[in-house]
Design a protein around this ligand. Structure first.
Ligand SMILES: [Fe+2]
Length: 157
């Protein structure tokens, strides 16, 4: 088995760490801005997402020190669109989640056939993040709408 390119792997892990930490702040921030009848379940869903992002950030940070590198103290880009509209909040979250998903895919490409444990971790996270994106996509559909928002955007439906 070939060795991992430590520098490249750490660079991607640090980008993921920053993006997950941004997720913690983003979901927490949005959880303050939900008003209306649907508030209670939506606030708790957003807070769960914040907790999950924190867990992911902790797992990624542990990986960075496990392979002998220094975890970033920075945080990924945060865009405050000043929106109170749940659909816009969800669309923005979906976009950020897709960025994170892309980073986990980059990680997988770097560790595939080089580190069983890191490969397993990357695959697990891709699975989790894809299921999460699918869930958000369903929340963005109207009842009875079978096509995904990606299909609608790319005109495939
Ligand atoms: Fe995550």
């Amino acid at each position: 088995m070939a060795e991992i390119d430590k520098e490249k792997v750490v660079a991607v892990l640090n980008q993921i760490l920053e993006s997950e930490l941004a997720g913690v702040v983003r979901y927490t921030h949005y959880s303050f801005l939900v008003f209306g009848f649907g508030r209670i379940p939506i606030v708790s869903w957003l807070r769960e997402q914040a907790d999950e992002s924190l867990l992911h950030a902790q797992q990624v940070g542990e990986w960075i020190t496990t392979i002998g590198a220094y975890p970033s103290l920075a945080i990924g880009p945060l865009l405050d669109s000043h929106t109170f509209d749940i659909a816009s909040i969800l669309r923005e979250s979906l976009q950020s989640e897709n960025v994170a998903l892309g980073l986990y895919r980059d990680l997988l490409a770097l560790v595939e056939d080089r580190s069983v444990a890191l490969e397993e971790f990357a695959r697990q996270m891709i699975h989790t993040e894809e299921m999460h994106a699918g869930e958000v996509d369903k929340m963005l559909r109207r009842p009875g709408e079978m096509t995904t928002s990606v299909e609608r955007q790319t005109g495939k439906a």
